[in-house]
Design a protein around this ligand. Structure first.
Ligand SMILES: Cc1cc2nc3c(=O)[nH]c(=O)nc-3n(C[C@H](O)[C@H](O)[C@H](O)COP(=O)(O)O)c2cc1C
Length: 211
């Protein structure tokens, strides 16, 4: 099947992209409103795109009825957020944070997640998250009904048990993030495997001397 995106209706683009560009990491994004109230929402249109500067991107669209999401309103007001990588122990809380609550509801307390203020930003940092990246909005690319937020990571918190012995690399036994597939389907990184690239020189030699 080939789909022409120049004519494809918006809801079909969403269906195809969210079904087939998968799995996508889920970031639980925390922000504060102008009065300091905490907010949390999961976002799977999310990833890291550069390390120097360290940039993550988040795609946020308005609600189907046209209302701006609290996360978006808070980002416009404060320019600060924390992006948390989600694992299984946080999965149910993440789903609670994804429900449509009015702005005055603090999803973190509702979901039973404890947090503290960031080291470098005012955005909440969830205590139990395996990874939390404090970010400042570097730029917003806006379209009607949606925006891509580029956030510069200013501080990264990693739960100590997520490191393998030696403290440099992730421990596949303890750092097992979840990612979103389509609709209500998710996958957890609990079947990790190593894959080493074949020897380049051997391949080049083979390519030069076909048998
Ligand atoms: C796993 C998951 C991933 C989501 N990803 C996104 C996303 O990338 N962009 C978006 O705008 N909404 C996304 N949503 C929906 C928002 O989380 C949801 O609309 C939430 O209520 C927004 O909360 P807020 O108004 O507090 O910002 C996702 C929901 C779930 C459960």
């Amino acid at each position: 099947m080939i789909y022409d995106f120049s004519t494809l209706p918006s809801q079909d683009r969403y269906r195809l992209l969210s079904n087939f560009v998968a799995p996508r990491p889920v970031a639980l994004i925390t922000t504060r409103d102008v009065n300091g109230r905490a907010n949390a929402a999961p976002m799977s249109f999310f990833n890291v795109f550069s390390h120097d500067p360290a940039i993550v991107a988040v795609g946020i669209q308005d609600r189907p009825d046209g209302r701006t999401k609290d996360t978006m309103a808070n980002l416009r007001a404060t320019s600060e957020f924390t992006a948390h990588i989600v694992d299984m122990p946080m999965a149910e809380a993440m789903l609670i944070c994804g429900l449509d609550f009015p702005p005055e509801v603090d999803e973190l307390s509702l979901a039973g997640l404890t947090s503290r203020c960031g080291e470098k930003t005012g955005a909440p940092v969830i205590e139990t998250a395996p990874v939390a990246m404090e970010c400042r909005v570097e730029r917003m690319i806006e379209w009607p009904e949606r925006a891509i937020i580029l956030g510069e990571i200013v501080s990264m918190h990693i739960r100590p048990d997520c490191f393998a012995p030696g403290g440099r690399y992730a421990n596949p036994e303890t750092f097992q993030p979840i990612a979103r597939l389509h609709a209500d389907n998710y996958i957890v990184a609990n079947r990790q495997f190593e894959m080493v690239a074949p020897d380049r020189e051997v391949l080049l030699t083979k390519a030069k001397c076909p048998t």
